[in-house]
Design a protein around this ligand. Structure first.
Ligand SMILES: Cc1cc2nc3c(=O)[nH]c(=O)nc-3n(C[C@H](O)[C@H](O)[C@H](O)COP(=O)(O)OP(=O)(O)OC[C@H]3O[C@@H](n4cnc5c(N)ncnc54)[C@H](O)[C@@H]3O)c2cc1C
Length: 52
């Protein structure tokens, strides 16, 4: 069983951690037409010292 929105994407990453972000970025650079979804459960770390 899958959620209908998932069919709108070519690739879905469960978890937006290091691995997913690196691989998604490289795939997007290789083929910008790819529709990539990253599902992240944690809170964002943008501009937080631990992120930088
Ligand atoms: C304190 C600390 C310092 C570190 N320092 C370094 C360093 O200096 N250099 C280095 O190379 N490595 C360092 N590491 C190790 C590095 O962080 C990990 O090896 C790396 O992040 C692992 O990447 P990952 O993509 O496998 O997992 P993660 O980066 O942990 O990504 C997994 C993601 O999945 C998400 N997730 C989990 N469950 C779900 C769910 N059900 N639905 C959606 N999302 C979900 C999590 O929120 C997380 O964002 C450090 C680790 C720690 C804890």
């Amino acid at each position: 069983m899958s959620h209908p929105i998932l069919s709108e994407f070519d690739i879905v990453f469960a978890g937006g951690g290091t691995t997913a972000c690196v691989v998604a970025g490289r795939l997007a650079a290789y083929d910008p037409s790819l529709r990539i979804l990253i599902l992240e459960a944690g809170q964002h770390t943008l501009n937080k010292p631990i992120h930088q």
